[in-house]
Design a binder for this molecule. Sequence first.
Ligand code: IMP
Ligand code: MG
Length: 176
Amino acid sequence: MITENDLKILFSKEQIQEAIKVLGDRINKDYAGEELFLICVLKGAVMFMTDLSKHLKMPVDMEFIRLSSYGSGFTSSGKVNAVDISLPDLNEKNVLIVEDIIDTGHTAKFLVDFINHNFKTKSLKFCSLLDKKIKREVDIDPDYYGLEVDDKFLVGYGLDYDGFYRNLPYIGYIKI
Ligand code: IMP
Ligand code: MG
């Protein structure tokens, strides 16, 4: 069992909240005068989505879907499991997918392809709190990201190890 003492803080609560505020300001500018439909990718993006949405000034609608790709290990499986992907009619809407982290990119690609296949949105963009660019296997980049990270397994602020640590207000990695 990993305890909080085994974790090294990478981003403090304050750093995370500042990055989210900057993202919120950019999104407010880009969608000024428009409505926005947020899609939260559970479970990881729950903290980010709720904090980000509080900065948004346009009329915001939201939906929550559940995907999983990590299993219980430290590396991405590359296979995306759509646990619950029920979505309302997204035709003609400005859709913004909200994720915790883009790693290999398989999850992001799966979701973008799924939405494009089923709907003719007005716009479709991807917003991830973290971008682990170095691990990318699929040609996809987020339209918005808060913080770039290198190849470490992270926990906290929505990110889990084997289901735990999502509740930490900071993001850390396991000391070795
Ligand atoms: P991808 O499909 O490889 O891009 O992986 C995306 C998903 O894997 C994210 O939505 C996260 O839930 C999970 N993930 C990726 N990196 C980490 C990490 O460092 N810690 C915990 N979960 C991660
Ligand atoms: Mg996720």
